[in-house]
Ligand binder design. Sequence first.
Ligand code: NAD
Length: 443
Amino acid sequence: MPKPAKPHLTVIGTGYLGAVHAASMASIGFEVLAIDVDVDKIEKLKAGQPPFFEPGFEALLRSALDSGNLRFTTSFEEIGEFGDVHFLCVGTPQHRDSLAADLSWVRGAIASLAPHLDRPCVIAGKSTVPVGTAAWLQEYINGHAPAGAQAEVLWNPEFLREGFAVQDTLHPDRIVLGAHSDEARDQLCSVYAPMIAEGIPVINTTLETAELVKAAANSFLATKISFINAMADVCEAAGGDVVSLAEAIGYDTRIGHRFLGAGIGFGGGCLPKDIRAFSARASELGVGDSLSFLHEVDRLNSRRRDQVSDWSAEMLDGDAYGARIACLGAAFKPDSDDVRDSPALSIAGRLHLAGAQVRVFDPQAGPNSRRSHPELIYATSAADALQDADLVLLLTEWDEFKSLDPVAVAKLVSHQRIIDGRNALDPQKWRAAGWEYRGIGRP
Ligand code: NAD
């Protein structure tokens, strides 16, 4: 059967990754049909309402819908009939009872899709999966899809950063394609032609390497963050300043400045679960020892959360019980409403359990935070959270918090004490305004 001039694309799973991918591909001229098992999410997307906060996404979604290029469905039959390339974007969270990835969403999506694949097509996996998943999926497809092996699984891991998802999807820094056949690879190259024309490098490799690239990249990034946080501990003990240290080592181009901010550590729906899943898979493969350092990376990261709750008690004369604490930030990073494994909310939760009255404010993550931590108090503004606070914690570095005026904030609080969990403020300015200021790894 001749291939259509422009392949029809489908996107399976419309979360942070899939919804942005679907709208982005529609914006560069492809007809896209996207599916999710979450009916509410699909209804919102159809109406042009983003189910999550991501800068630039709402405008992209609306213009893609208006162009007629983007449609949503809940029918896998329609997806199978329509698609030449199926992008698999479902979640792969941590398993409830182990460190491994829970692949039930991946398996569920493929089981729903396979019976409807009755002509040659490509299934391009974008989810982050343990190495070996793609080969397993191909075997499943061979046995369950009417098209058999003519429905080819390819792996095309995604590297977008929440907060920059639209930019990263339309202008990625690299495209990784793990494929068996040249036909599948060519099909994906035709989809990404505008990016390739910009000079974005394409790495052609095997299914296994493509799966491993993503796990390796996230492990490296997590290690870099835990490394600088370990340096912060040493700076504190020795009277050094980790901010100057990071600036100085970052000028070495082999090291670089990015991802060298000491603070309360990494969180979100990717790094923590990805390094655990990578370790678990390495153990299954008999090379667990080679990744044992990731356990230490994870431990160093969790310790940041304990440290800030311990410091809070110290600054409150030994006990957080009954104190009023303002937590500025709940999302795991600024410009996102994602609170999955957020260090900010984890610290707020610990202080609540220690008997503090914790008032949280986040510019976008309020609704998600309320769902995951209903026990906390949610303020309507930064000023509302800060009112009469005995201690202020800056936990997510939103611009709104970085630009707070220490003199004005002093008029709202009961006691001028602040822990800058992201080293986002100017300590001199805050101290000069009478604040007891504590940063991470700073004198
Ligand atoms: P998410 O939880 O926001 O979205 C996943 C979506 O999949 C949900 O809407 C869910 O309802 C849907 N889903 C589950 N089962 C389904 C099925 N059988 N059929 C159709 N839809 C189904 O997750 P996310 O953040 O978008 O991440 C998705 C994948 O992408 C993960 O593997 C993640 O590690 C990876 N990833 C995420 C990011 C990121 O920044 N969020 C970046 C790169 C890679």
